[in-house]
Write a protein that binds this ligand. Structure first.
Ligand code: GDP
Ligand code: GDP
Length: 551
């Protein structure tokens, strides 16, 4: 089968990687303050996500409609025993090798130091644009003092105060201006998100009518007068058919994109070789967007998959190991991840999972990517019993509880044991990530869940969940409309997520739960029915204010 597919080799450009913006500079100039200010300008549906790691080094940012990954290189695990100069130079080299835009942060309060100059010397060799952020320019006096940094010769030099937000808008404008052009895939993604947003807004405002399940007070159908059964069934069928068609079309266009990530020497390129072995033919190599990224399209069973940045995996495989190589592989992985549907986090069975692994996995989760944990070099684990794998799994689950949705598989790239399973899992997860749940079905589950355990009261008032609807796929995103969305406790959100997973699966993919206040506007059909039976209630509901997110 692989051979016949090889016949129609394709050279589709995949693209879609988010550009990487690296923040460099010596310690204490305000890199992480700037990072925190830049990250997090996201729209509501995207924003309401689990924060997986406290000290985040990578994050998605959005400004003027452009999205990019921001990396605080100062937070990468540089050797704290190295002198400051060496650490700053290391960051600069890293940024030069992998970033699309470099933000060089200096400190107006302390003035120009020798390690700033050394970093500047290195950064002059960068082909990526360099933007100088003269931080701590909290007032005009400081701003004037900061002028000395113009001596470095970069036209794009901005006096900012990361702590107070002074000048950061202009800096962000400059960053966005310097980014490489937007890919078609990125444009399409933004369109999808905007549609999901608009739709959820419409539903919330009562202008669009979601199918509401029949139910008693306080759950999915407070109104209690759901649609007639066959009417509802017809709606659901139509809804399902529409989605099925859209999903089928989507998979034709873009097969599962899979990124292998993990530290150097864990066996990524060995795994790649095992998968690309003799009897599997590579359909084509596709140039990616980052630097020299090459993606490989591969026939696998009845599916096709795209392995992201296979050149990078090979290249990094040959680079010496050690902390430096590790940091390069991290930046590269971020870029690969932004283009992937599913990440395969490869870890070394003997060495286990490191904090760097957890960071990369955390980024994948926040970005809503599917995830498989592949424990490689299983052949090296001594004295295995039938409990060994379970113990191993338990240990990983304890170390990184936020990965509890991800399947774990033990493999050996050397012997070939279970390597195919990795792709099978990834393909399954890709499908789970695109799965749609019909609104009626969803609300039946919501109803059962809220009946079993109602949301705990907050400030003496119990929030009510009215209904839910799936606003987006990849990752599956559910919008819950509630009487007081902000009062739905985190643990209750977790409870609802577990109920959804129990019923609908979504194995291996993060899912997002967004809570919105329900609008005061009521649906015409229900208003009539309700007005007759319980006018008091409608008045109360009409007065419920809907808090709009700030735009
Ligand atoms: P990093 O080591 O480069 O990541 O620096 P941090 O972001 O941790 O900041 C170092 C110190 O500088 C912290 O005490 C910050 O509060 C402070 N700082 C950061 N930005 C500003 C600023 O714009 N103005 C002033 N006055 N202090 C700042
Ligand atoms: P990468 O840097 O993650 O691409 O790692 P490589 O694929 O280059 O592998 C690093 C080293 O681990 C090489 O010496 C491989 O031969 C070895 N290796 C990879 N997979 C396995 C495995 O499953 N078992 C054993 N015993 N060694 C492996």
């Amino acid at each position: 089968m692989a051979a016949t597919r090889a016949g129609r080799a394709t050279t589709t450009r995949l693209g879609g990687a988010l550009p990487v913006v690296a923040i460099v500079g010596r310690p204490n100039v305000g890199k992480s303050t700037l990072f925190n200010r830049v990250v997090g300008h996201r729209t509501a549906i995207v924003e309401d996500r689990a924060r997986t790691t406290r000290d985040r080094l990578y994050g998605d940012a959005e400004w003027n409609g452009r999205r990019f990954v921001v990396v605080d290189t100062g937070g990468l695990e540089l050797d704290p025993d190295d002198p400051i100069e060496a650490r700053v130079q290391e960051q600069a080299r890293l940024a030069i090798a992998e970033a699309d835009v470099i933000v060089f942060v200096v400190d107006a309060a302390s003035g120009l130091t020798p390690s700033d100059s050394e970093a500047a010397d290195l950064l002059r060799r960068a082909t990526a644009p360099v933007i100088v952020a003269v931080n701590k320019a909290d007032n005009e006096k400081r701003e004037l003092e900061g002028m000395e940094f113009y001596a470095f010769g970069w036209e794009d030099t901005y006096a900012i105060s990361a702590a107070h937000g002074r000048g950061t808008g202009d800096l962000l404008d400059a960053i966005v201006w310097a980014l490489p052009p937007e890919s078609d895939q990125e444009v399409a993604r933004k369109e999808r998100e905007a549609q999901a947003e608009a739709w959820a807004d419409e539903v919330a405002a009562g202008r669009l009518e979601p199918y509401i399940a029949e139910g008693p007070e306080g759950a999915a159908g407070e109104d209690g007068d759901g649609l007639a059964d066959d009417e509802a069934l017809g709606l659901e069928e139509a809804e399902a058919a529409k989605w099925d068609a859209a999903i089928a079309a989507d998979s034709e266009r873009s097969p599962a994109a899979i990124a292998f990530v993990g530290r150097p020497n864990v066996g990524k390129s060995s795994l790649l070789n095992a998968l690309l072995g003799e009897d599997r033919s590579i359909v084509s190599e596709i140039p990616g967007t980052t630097r020299d990224a090459i993606d490989t399209r591969l026939a696998w069973g009845r599916s096709e998959v795209v392995l992201i940045d296979t050149a990078g995996i090979r290249r990094r495989g040959k680079v010496a190991s050690g902390p430096a190589a590790e940091r390069y592989s991290t930046l590269r992985a971020l870029s690969a991840l932004s283009r992937a549907d599913v990440a395969v986090l490869v870890i070394d069975a003997v060495e286990g999972l490191t904090s760097q692994d957890a960071h990369v996995a955390g980024y994948a989760v926040e970005e809503g990517k599917g995830l498989v944990v592949a424990v490689n070099k299983w052949d090296l684990v001594a004295d295995k019993t039938d409990r060994t794998f379970d113990q191993y799994t338990e240990w990983i689950r304890n170390e990184v509880p936020f990965l509890d949705f991800a399947p774990i598989v033990s493999i050996s790239a050397k012997t070939g044991q279970r390597v195919g399973r990795v792709l099978e899992l990834a393909i399954d997860i890709w499908a789970e990530r695109r799965k749609r749940v019909a609104t009626g079905e969803l609300n039946r589950v919501l109803l059962a869940a809220t009946e079993r355990t109602p949301p705990p009261p907050v400030r003496g008032k119990r929030p009510k969940l009215f209904y839910a609807t799936q606003a987006a796929v990849a990752p599956p995103t559910f919008v819950f409309f509630a009487s007081d969305a902000s009062a739905v406790h985190f643990s209750y959100r977790r409870y609802l997520e577990n109920r959804l997973r129990e019923t609908f699966g979504f194995d291996g993919t993060p899912i997002r739960l967004v809570f919105r206040d329900r609008a005061s506007v009521k649906l015409p059909r229900r208003r009539k029915a309700r007005a007759a039976s319980s006018p008091a209630k409608s008045t109360r509901r009409t007065s419920a204010a809907r808090t709009r997110r700030p735009s």
